[in-house]
Design a protein around this ligand. Structure first.
Ligand SMILES: Cc1cc2nc3c(=O)[nH]c(=O)nc-3n(C[C@H](O)[C@H](O)[C@H](O)COP(=O)(O)O)c2cc1C
Length: 403
């Protein structure tokens, strides 16, 4: 598999995307690649990085560049970690274990989604790096509480609570590709859509060899692990509110991170509720379309938390320069989602390793060209960006909270 993703065939993340499109059935590729509604935020998340320009210091020699970054009390070899990507087992056999293993090999963390196809203890065993666990409240508090216990027991070292999924975004590609129909398990209903699988025999063989349609073994309902079903409905029935965070803070004593906020008020509220970190994230443009791209929201959130917790960012990261820009603007580190998911879809563990290798090489090259010896020393003096990104956004007259 490794030679499939080697240079010069694969030079950047876009090349991995192209190979993933070739290996995966359309329904799986579009599930990774797509966004909500008109995909405005999906596109803007990537494009916005072009609005930030570098101010390099030349005639500086940095023979070695130090990429080590401390996140949530843990030292990572890189300033990025792998974001939670649900259903990764659909992209490659034992996908979550394979991706976590590649992250660990590179000295960084993997975040396991609640809605994944491999058990948290198996994923823990599959990586020598830190394992973080991402929480949805699917199934309600008791089910989530048992999930947190299993994650704790398995050795997950941080809990990421995702708060931007009050309802699933309208991902039109999933509807057009027949995701709903394919999940009915009714041959007649599935029939118009199965040609996607037949057109990808290599993927199909791997999928069937891995047990076929996965379930969600980390969501254990009274009658057993949750079966693969309409995730949107499950999320809608289990919206996380601030009151839940108080309860989660009580049962999880380790580092707690709130993922999926975009405004300063929410970031301050997260600090007040005891969060150790926040992730500026719009779910990769998969939830509320036309929300700010994340990089645009970063200065407001950094100013709002005022050093009281760590600020991470995800969304649109496809190159090492993107990571450097986010770090310069105050992110402690970033998470990458599609960048590695394309790698997993293109070539399993080798593809994820190649995605990480590409971003790592980009980072070193960029630091050298900027004349900066380490990621820890990156700051705003290395970039310029539009002045109005800094001005505080209008404050809501009354901050509306439910509960
Ligand atoms: C296919 C896919 C599945 C995702 N599943 C989850 C999930 O289960 N939980 C979660 O918190 N975020 C999920 N996300 C969002 C990512 O964690 C992350 O916020 C997003 O991918 C970042 O944008 P990027 O893909 O442009 O890097 C998912 C993203 C993708 C692409």
């Amino acid at each position: 598999m490794a030679d499939r993703v080697d240079s010069p065939r694969v030079l950047n993340i876009a090349d991995l995307r192209r190979l993933a499109k070739r290996r995966l059935p359309r329904v799986a590729f579009d599930y990774i690649d797509g966004g909500a509604d008109g995909e405005v935020t999906l596109r803007e998340n990537c494009r916005i990085f072009e609005d930030v320009l570098f101010r390099p210091r030349c005639a500086v020699s940095n023979p070695t560049c130090d990429l080590r970054t401390k996140v949530l009390g843990t030292e990572l070899a890189l300033p990025f970690a792998l974001a939670p990507v649900g259903s990764s087992r659909m992209f490659y056999p034992r996908g979550e274990i394979v991706a976590a293993g590649a992250a660990g090999e590179a000295g960084t963390a993997y975040t396991l989604s609640t809605l994944s196809g491999c058990r948290v203890d198996e994923v823990r065993a599959g990586t020598k790096g830190p394992l973080w666990y991402q929480l949805y409240l699917v199934g309600g508090r008791d089910v989530a509480s048992a999930g947190i216990e299993r994650a704790k027991k398995a050795g997950a070292s941080a809990l990421f609570v995702t708060i931007d999924t009050a309802v699933a975004g309208l991902r039109e590609r999933d509807f057009r590709n027949g995701t709903k129909e394919l999940l009915t398990r009714n041959p007649w209903t599935m029939l118009p859509y199965v040609h996607q699988f037949l057109a990808r025999p290599r993927w199909l063989a791997g999928f069937l060899g891995d047990g076929g349609l996965m379930n969600f073994p980390n969501v254990v309902l009274p009658d057993g692990p949750m079966s693969y079903a309409d995730v949107g409905a499950a999320l809608e029935q289990s919206t996380i509110c601030w009151a839940d965070l108080r309860w989660i803070r009580e049962i999880w004593q380790g580092p707690l991170v709130i993922k999926g906020l975009m405004i300063g008020e929410d970031a301050r509220r997260a600090v007040d509720e005891g969060a150790d970190g926040v992730v500026v994230s719009n779910h990769g443009g998969r939830q509320l379309d036309c929300v700010y791209p994340t990089l645009r929201a970063l200065p407001e959130v950094v100013a709002a938390v005022n050093g009281q917790c760590e600020v991470l960012l995800d969304g649109g990261i496809r190159r090492g320069t993107d990571i450097v820009k986010a770090l310069c603007m105050g992110a402690q580190a970033v998470l990458v989602g599609r960048a590695y998911a394309y790698g997993l879809g293109a070539g399993g563990g080798a593809g994820v390793a190649r995605a990480i290798q590409i971003l790592r090489a980009d980072l070193i090259r960029t630091l050298k060209l900027l004349g900066c010896p380490s990621t820890a020393q990156l700051d705003e003096s290395y970039v310029t960006y539009p002045a109005d990104w800094r001005s505080p956004a209008p404050q809501p007259a009354a901050y509306a909270t439910t509960k």
